[in-house]
Every structure is written in structure tokens, then in C-alpha cells.
Design a binder for this molecule. Structure first.
Ligand code: NIG
Ligand code: FE
Length: 408
């Protein structure tokens, strides 16, 4: 397929980067005006200005007036879940806090009971529908976590559903084991260690045996797992070569960032609250700070200090955190708008964070995240619009005309 007369071909790379973007690189978005893009066998074969355009192709798509971007790389989601939780949301509107709801057995535990009851087939069918919906809004690579099972059987069920999604979809999918998402009620009275042992001795070996996870995650927070508990899980997961991508600093600074980095974390996610020692830990490292602006937007909570992280030269990615409790939407265009509106990221920075740095946060930048020869032809063709910034600016409006995944 040959796409011609592209108004702007965005995020082109002559030589694909091997390290995430940071600092001033984030705002420096490369593009070619009046460009062509040539796709064959699922991959990007060539691109350049129209003056160099090859004349022949089986299929020609005229993109006059429109932009072409790499598809979004959404590096943090909980897309497999059994049921929405709008009744909790209404309780929050009436004044109850997210923590209060969680401590009463709502929140993650509520999602877990619903998921435990649901047959694997039904869970798969509705997750596939959600996956197809986010593909339509431009997602081409996605991470999906377990963590609403919280029993050996149900965590395995979630991860098997994710494996079936990998087999059934053209999207790039990475799976993360998040058994340490919440301590089940039965373990809360003096037996937290019993649940950690279940994760380490029962869940991890089975998951590794079936090759069900690419990464490990822990929710390190006062209402979930302590830093020491997180470290126990990360240490055990390392024996199975599962690198960490962890939930830290959502409500409290607890030293989780530095601790996760000791265990070679690929990314530390959330970071709504960050202190000086967190910044110092992240400053000279390739660990990616993955910010999830729709969660604090939905909870009306602290906004991640994106500017401070960018100024400290920390590689920043943004992701949807699609989940029924704190971000019931997986629409990346809205996340990109929010990144600009509430975190003051520039459109160029937000686009880099949602594509190439998201791909790095999933160790998949060799195949995803930019317009580079040899990468998958995962692209977004916009509707006609005046500038690239118009896309995040016109929040909530649908500026995507077509999403092409692996050339089709
Ligand atoms: O990323 N922080 C932990 N996990 C999810 C929320 C889970 C839920 O409420 O269902 C998050 O915000
Ligand atoms: Fe999350």
C-alpha cells in the first residue's frame, strides 16, 4: 500500500532510536511535509517527500490534507475486567474517598469478586470487544495486567484471557502479572504474609510454567502493599525473568521508586506525588516514568508533576490506565489531551510520550512507536485538520479517520 500526499508524516526516524526520549528531545518532533509512506508485508518499507515518491503500488491511498502518525502505544492498562463500577463513582461524587471505598471491600476487591464468578469465555469475549474499541481510537500496542483475580485460579484465568487476546488480535500485546494488586479480605487479619507466599510459591511458578506473563507489577501504596512486600514479590519474579513495571506514588511517597529501580524496573507508573529523592533516583536512569493523567482526572486528585520530571531529564511515557475504578476509558486521544491540559505537556511531548516512549516502556521500540523502516505499519490517518496541535486541543472530538494495524 502506498499512501500519498500526506500533509504531515509525523514522528519519522531515519535510524530508529534504541533509548527512550528525554528532556528537550521530547518537544522536538520530527516530521516530513507533503510525504508518502510505502507499506508491504505488515511493515513500513519506505517514506519520504512526495518528490521522491515511487509511482506504482497495488493500492494507493490519497491523504491530501491529512496527517499520518504512529499508532499509540498504551503501556499501562487493566483492560480485562468483569464489570464496570459506576455505583462506586456515584458514592465518590457524594463525598466518599477512593481509599474509604477500598478499605470497605469495594474497589479492587469488588472487581475481584465479579471476575472470580465470570466464566473465562465471557471474560474473553467482552475483553476482546474492549480491545477492538481501543484499536479504533488508534491504539496499536497495549499492555494488559492481571490483578482482578487475587486467587491462583482467577489470576491464571485473567492471564489466559490475555494470552487468547494476543492470539486473536493484530495488536501488539504485553501481559503483566499483578497478583499483588490488593490483599484479599481473608488475609487482612494478621496474615498478609500468607498472601505474599501464595503469590510467590503458587502463582508465580504456574505463570512462569505456562509462559503467561511478560512483566510483574505490584501496587505499592498504603492501602495495598508496602515497599518491603513489593521487594519480596519483585525478587521472586526476577527468578523467572519477569522485570517490574510497578504502581508507585499514586497517593503517597513511600520510597517505592528507588526500591523498584533496584530491581531493574522498566517503568514506574502513576507518580501523582513525587518528592526530591524520587526525582534524584530517576534522574540518570532509563527507567521510564509512566504518567496516567486520566486517573487523577477521574479521582480529582494530585496531578503528576510532568514538567518537573521532563526538566529533570526523566524519560516520560503516558498511558490510559484503562480500568473500572480510576480510569474507565481507554481512549488515548483523550489521555493525550489531558496530558497537555492538566499536566502542561506540549502536544509534541505528549505525542512522543504516547507512542515511542510507550513502546520503550514495553521493550518493543524495535517494532512499534514511530515511522521507521522495518517497524510494523501501525499508523493513524487523521481527518483533515489545520495543525497537529489541533488534535489534542479539540479534546473529545474524533479526529481519526482510519487506523491501520500491521498494514491492514
Ligand atoms: O491503576 N492503582 C491501582 N490500580 C488501578 C486501579 C484499580 C481499581 O480501582 O480497580 C489504577 O489506578
Ligand atoms: Fe493501573
Amino acid at each position: 500500500m502506498l499512501i500519498t500526499n500526506i500533509r504531515q508524516l509525523v514522528l519519522t526516524e531515519e535510524n530508529a532510536r534504541t533509548t527512550p526520549l528525554r528532556g528537550s528531545e521530547m518537544a522536538d518532533l520530527s516530521f516530513i511535509e507533503n510525504a508518502y509512506l510505502f507499506i508491504e508485508n505488515q511493515r513500513i518499507i519506505d517514506f519520504g517527500p512526495m518528490s521522491n515518491c515511487p509511482l506504482r503500488a497495488d493500492q494507493i491511498l490519497d491523504a491530501t490534507g491529512r496527517f499520518v502518525l504512529p499508532a499509540w502505544c498504551d503501556s499501562h492498562t487493566h483492560l480485562v475486567f468483569a464489570k464496570s463500577r459506576e455505583e462506586e463513582w456515584v458514592n465518590r461524587l457524594k463525598g466518599m474517598s477512593y481509599e474509604e471505598i477500598a478499605n470497605r471491600g469495594g474497589g479492587i476487591l469488588n472487581s475481584a469478586s465479579r471476575l472470580q464468578e465470570m466464566p473465562e469465555e465471557v471474560l474473553f469475549e467482552q475483553s476482546l470487544e474492549r480491545l477492538e474499541a481501543v484499536q479504533k481510537t488508534g491504539t496499536g500496542l497495549i499492555e494488559i495486567k492481571s490483578g482482578y483475580g487475587l486467587t491462583v485460579e482467577s489470576e491464571l484465568k485473567m492471564l489466559r484471557v490475555i494470552r487468547r487476546l494476543k492470539e486473536s488480535s493484530q495488536l501488539g500485546i504485553k501481559s503483566t502479572f499483578l497478583g499483588a494488586h490488593s490483599v484479599p479480605m481473608a488475609f487482612r487479619d494478621g496474615n498478609r504474609q500468607g498472601y505474599i507466599s501464595l503469590i510467590i510459591n503458587e502463582m508465580l511458578p504456574k505463570i512462569a510454567d505456562e509462559g503467561l506473563a511478560d512483566y510483574v507489577d505490584v501496587f505499592c501504596e498504603k492501602l495495598a502493599f508496602s515497599v518491603a512486600e513489593m521487594e519480596q514479590v519483585l525478587e521472586a519474579a526476577a527468578k523467572y525473568n519477569l522485570r517490574p513495571k510497578v504502581h508507585v506514588n499514586q497517593f503517597n511517597c513511600m520510597g517505592g521508586i528507588a526500591a523498584a529501580m533496584k530491581h531493574a524496573a522498566i517503568s514506574v507508573d502513576h507518580l501523582e506525588v513525587v518528592d526530591d529523592s524520587d526525582i534524584a533516583a530517576l534522574q540518570n536512569d532509563n527507567t521510564i516514568a509512566t504518567l496516567l493523567p486520566s486517573a487523577p482526572f477521574f479521582l480529582q486528585d494530585h496531578v503528576p508533576p510532568a514538567r518537573r520530571l521532563l526538566e529533570a531529564n526523566v524519560p516520560v511515557a503516558i498511558a490510559s490506565d484503562f480500568n473500572p475504578g480510576t480510569s474507565p476509558s481507554g481512549k488515548m486521544p483523550f489521555v493525550i489531551s489531558l496530558a497537555c491540559i492538566i499536566m502542561k505537556m506540549l502536544p509534541e511531548e505528549a505525542i512522543h510520550a504516547a507512542t515511542l516512549n510507550g513502546a520503550f516502556a514495553l521493550e518493543a521500540a524495535a517494532d512499534y512507536g514511530s515511522i521507521a523502516r522495518g517497524k510494523y505499519a501501525n499508523i493513524i490517518l487523521t481527518k483533515s485538520m489545520p495543525t497537529l496541535a489541533y488534535m489534542p486541543y479539540s479534546f473529545g472530538s474524533d479526529m481519526i479517520e482510519r487506523v491501520i494495524i500491521k498494514g491492514g
